[in-house]
Design a protein around this ligand. Structure first.
Ligand SMILES: [Fe+2]
Ligand SMILES: [Fe+2]
Length: 296
């Protein structure tokens, strides 16, 4: 992150120029974030995310606190492919062999693209909330890293003679996030602390599998993602805690209530307890939300 914070003045001016060229006017952070969510051209979406982060860290984008929420689209802009299907209608694929690994990388690219849209949606949608500037610093960093993750995976699919969009993908993640569009505290509970924390549980075995298949290039990408995602969960925890303390709400009870209201079904062990606690998420947060949580 230091490299972003240490952007030189020359680079900063360039970042602003790029963003102005892309959007046609000097935008605020919220307007730039909205443009990222709306873009249905993925190259432009990623370019805008990079330019917005650079301009924000160079302090050349205003937060300009909004008096009311921006009008956010129900769905992010997406190209025609991949075809989106309900999770239940996804074709079952073997996870073995080169085709299985390709399908895994494609599914991960889709998850990362959702993460790009979910993060910039959070920045734009909640720009009217009274939050410290550091809150937006953290989520702009997450938005930049999600764009990097998608880019890495998309390039890897190209190296394997494919492209993002050539397999169907499912739409469950966006819907889970969208259900919390009215409530920042609920969004923090569901996206970083449930969905991204789940990513920490399943990623180490994917890395092992890729290494075993001698696909080191893909394993290296997933290692980068794994390291960054721990920080995303930690940011979720930090701001969830901040908002609870500010409103005088009990931390764990509030988390459990919001998850039960907005997330369908119990959490599924096994949990990556080490990575979760590194991110500040202790078992007292997630264990009561498993099927046996009430008696555990
Ligand atoms: Fe990611
Ligand atoms: Fe993330």
């Amino acid at each position: 992150m230091n490299n972003v914070h240490q952007t030189s003045t020359v680079q900063s001016n360039k970042a602003e120029a790029t963003l102005t060229n892309l959007l046609g006017a000097k935008p605020t952070l919220a307007i730039a974030a909205l443009a990222i969510v709306k873009s249905d051209n993925l190259d432009r979406k990623i370019m805008l995310a990079n330019a917005t982060a650079k301009a924000w860290y160079a302090r050349q984008l205003d937060l300009s606190t909004l008096s009311r929420p921006l009008d956010m689209p129900d769905r992010p802009g997406r190209p025609d492919n991949p075809e989106l299907r309900p999770p239940r209608e996804m074709p079952r694929r073997s996870s073995h062999g080169p085709r299985g690994r390709y399908a895994l990388l494609h599914a991960l690219a889709h998850i990362e693209l959702n993460a790009v849209d979910m993060t910039w949606d959070l920045v734009a949608r909640f720009a009217h909330e009274t939050m410290p500037r550091a809150f937006f610093d953290d989520w702009v960093q997450v938005g930049l890293e999600e764009a990097k993750h998608f880019n890495l995976l998309s390039k890897r699919l190209n190296e394997l003679d494919g492209a993002y969009g050539d397999l169907p993908a499912h739409d469950g993640l966006w819907q889970a996030a969208h259900a919390t569009g009215h409530d920042l505290l609920a969004r923090l509970a569901i996206v970083p602390l449930i969905l991204e924390a789940r990513g920490l549980d399943v990623t180490p075995s994917m890395i092992e599998k890729l290494k075993k298949a001698e696909d080191q290039a893909s394993a290296d990408i997933i290692e980068i993602i794994y390291r960054d995602e721990k920080r995303h969960v930690a940011f979720g925890m930090k701001w969830f805690r901040f908002m609870c303390q500010r409103a005088n709400l009990p931390l764990e009870a509030t988390f459990h209530k919001l998850v039960r209201e907005h997330f369908r079904g119990p959490l599924k062990p096994p949990f990556n307890e080490a990575a979760r606690s590194e991110a500040g998420l202790s078992p007292s947060f997630y264990k009561p939300l498993t099927a046996f949580g009430a008696v555990a």
